[in-house]
Every structure is written in C-alpha cells, then in structure tokens.
Design a protein around this ligand. Structure first.
Ligand code: FAD
Ligand code: MG
Length: 333
C-alpha cells in the first residue's frame, strides 16, 4: 500500500519530464516501464532486449544497495554492531568510494550516513507514504541523538582492497538513495547500441544523439516546465527538490533532503536543483548536496569540478521560482 503511493508519485515525476522529450522525438513510443529501486524505470530504447537486460542489471544492483532489503550489502551494514566488518560487493564499494568523494568535496552536505535522520523524519522507503504526515515531528532531543550517528568518516571505515566496511559507531546507518540512481543510469548507457533514453525516477541519461529534456516546474501539479535542457549523448541529468517526497505538518512543508549540519529538512533557499554530468553518480549526489547547501556553495563546487568535467552544468530554482543557470544548454520557456 505504502509502496504504491511512492511509485505513483515517482511515475508522475517521470511523465512530467518525458512529455517534453516525446514532443521533440520523431520516433513513435517504443518505451518500456519496469519497477526498480522503488520507482519507475522507463527505457525508450532501440531494442527491447537491451532494455530488459538493463532493467535486470538494475534489479541485481537493488538487491545489493537497498537500505530497505535486510540481506542487501547496505542492509547488512545497517544492522551490524560497532566494530563489525561487513564484506560487500565490488559495486557497493565503488559507490561508497564515490559517495565519500562527494562527501569530502561538499564538506558533508552530501552524506550517505544520513539515514538515521532520514528514518527519524519518516522518509525511509518502508515508512513514507506520499501525502500522509506522521502523527508528530521529531523532538530536538531525538534530532540531536540521531545527528550523533551521522558523519561518514566518523561512523564508517572502508577497506577498498578487502571489500569491507566497518562500523565505528553503534546505530550508524547508510543510505545510497541520493547517488545510486544516477550511477545505475550512467552504468546502463554502455549497454545500448543505438538511440536510447533511460529514465530512472527522474534520473535520466541518453545515448546516440542529443535529447531535449524538460525540467518540471516545482510547485505545479500539471505537466508544466520551467525550461528545457539539451542532453548530449553519454550525459546524465539528476534533479533534487523538496517536491517529490514531502508532507505538510501544521502547514509547513517537510521534505526528504536532510541537512546533516542541523539534522532537519534542508532550507537552503533552493527548491529544485538540476545537474548535468557525464558521471551520473557524481551529478546525482551533487544535486542533493546543492539542495542542502544552496547556490553559492554549489557554484564553488561546480567550479572545482569543471576542469575534469567540462560538460557539468546546473539549473537552480529558488522558493520565489527564480531560475539561475551554471554552464550551458538551458532554455527557459
Ligand atoms: P535525491 O536528492 O537524489 O536523494 C535524496 C535521498 O537521499 C533521500 O530520499 C534520502 O534517502 C537521501 N538523503 C537525504 N539527505 C541526504 C544528504 N544530505 N546526503 C545524502 N543523502 C541524502 N523508495 C521507495 O519508496 N521504496 C523502495 O522500495 C525503494 N527502494 C530503493 C532501492 C534503492 C537501491 C535505492 C537507491 C533507492 C530506493 N528507494 C526506494 C528510494 C527512491 O528510489 C529514491 O532514492 C528516493 O526517492 C530519493 O531520490 P531522489 O532522486 O528523489 O532524491
Ligand atoms: Mg541526488
């Protein structure tokens, strides 16, 4: 029941983005939908076989990466005691190392150890029901206690050669929800031999030609856009915002992107951040980090990355719906 609500919300986001794509695409709809990562995977691919194989690879990744599956690598890490070393797959280690890179780059604004706070605010996959608020909000004491468990380098140690993760703080937990979809989309692109667009719950990548992607208007519940982006072959786009997983409590919006520095839903002034990057995992985690820390910090990080990632670009939307752009490729409607 809970899952159905979450998936419906995700599907809405997918459709919002894809309508613009379809309008710019002269092929007839040949896409396929799959259920992956608790959201909807849509592949508009040249070959159904390739699409099915990409979905199968993502389903295997989900069995390793989901915080909601007790037997997954992340599930086993989360239930381990302090001092225990958990052996993980190469994929999980690759993602944890990438997550640590973004954690360090963003001074912990992106922090994969934020899960105790995600759970506390009611946004863990098994708990969250779109449109339904919890009975009460966390107390200051509960937020302080959960915050003690957060801090990737403080709470976890990685051994990349031995493929082990050791928990240093009892109760600490990991969550790759802010990075894994971007990784999975980028990873899938190599498997397509011709023009293909992959959309995993709003994380999109394309190969074979340029694509025009619409960025949904954050406060609109119809299919409207603030503008479009050009996505070149091999690039991925990720959007993070306060309007995909949220609830209202006493008239105030609480959403799923948590600021690890104060333990509360991020309040950076931005309500939507879109990042384009060839490195899908980096773009995904960076969009989450910028949603936490705001545009000024975001521009600093984008500047620091642009030598290695000349294609990197971003679109910021603030609470008054002002749009500003870093890099190229955005056209306002
Ligand atoms: P993003 O901004 O990319 O990420 C936000 C998410 O990252 C939050 O939801 C939280 O999980 C985490 N986060 C919050 N703050 C921070 C921070 N400061 N730093 C780092 N991370 C942060 N959802 C379901 O409802 N049911 C499922 O069964 C389910 N299974 C999943 C399985 C896997 C393997 C993964 C990776 C995710 C799963 N999800 C599931 C979650 C869902 O698919 C999305 O990951 C989630 O909705 C957030 O994605 P986003 O792109 O909207 O936001
Ligand atoms: Mg993200």
């Amino acid at each position: 029941m809970k899952r159905r609500f979450a998936k419906t919300a995700a599907l809405f986001a997918v459709i919002t983005i894809l309508l613009s794509f379809t309008a710019c695409n002269d092929r007839t709809a040949t896409g396929e939908y799959f259920d992956v990562f608790g959201t909807t995977l849509y592949i508009e691919g040249y070959s159904a076989e390739e699409a099915q194989s990409a979905a199968a690879v993502m389903r295997e990744a989900e069995l390793l990466l989901s915080a909601d599956i007790p037997s997954s690598d992340i599930g086993r890490i989360n239930s381990a005691a302090a001092g225990e070393s958990v052996t993980v797959s190469g994929l999980t280690m690759t993602l944890l190392l990438k997550a640590r890179e973004v954690y360090l780059l963003t001074d912990g604004a992106y922090d994969p150890s934020v899960y105790p706070l995600v759970e506390l605010w009611g946004f863990a996959p098994g708990d969250f029901v779109m449109g339904i608020a919890p009975d009460s909000l966390p107390t200051d004491g509960e937020i302080a206690a959960a915050s003690e468990l957060v801090g990737f380098d403080r709470a976890f140690s990685l051994d990349a050669d031995a493929l082990t993760v050791t928990k240093l703080t009892d109760g600490a937990k990991l969550d790759l929800g802010g990075i894994a979809k971007g990784y999975a989309v980028q990873n899938s692109l190599a498997g397509f031999s011709d023009e293909t667009l992959v959309n995993l719950g709003g994380n999109i990548g394309g190969v074979g030609r340029d694509y025009t992607i619409g960025i949904g208007a954050p406060r609109e519940y119809t299919h409207s856009y603030i503008g479009t982006l050009t996505l070149h072959s091999g690039e991925c786009v990720s959007t993070s915002g306060d309007y995909e997983r949220y609830y209202f409590f006493d008239g105030v919006r609480y959403h799923h992107i948590i600021d690890p520095s104060d333990g509360r839903p991020a309040d950076s002034g931005l309500i939507s951040v879109t990042v384009v990057c060839r490195d899908g995992a980096l773009g995904d985690a960076l969009s989450t980090a910028i949603a936490v820390a705001g545009e000024e910090k975001g521009r600093e990080w984008l500047d620091a990355l642009s030598a290695d990632h000349p294609e990197i670009s971003a679109v910021f939307v603030d609470g008054d719906m002002n749009v500003s752009v870093y890099g190229r490729g955005f056209s306002a409607v």
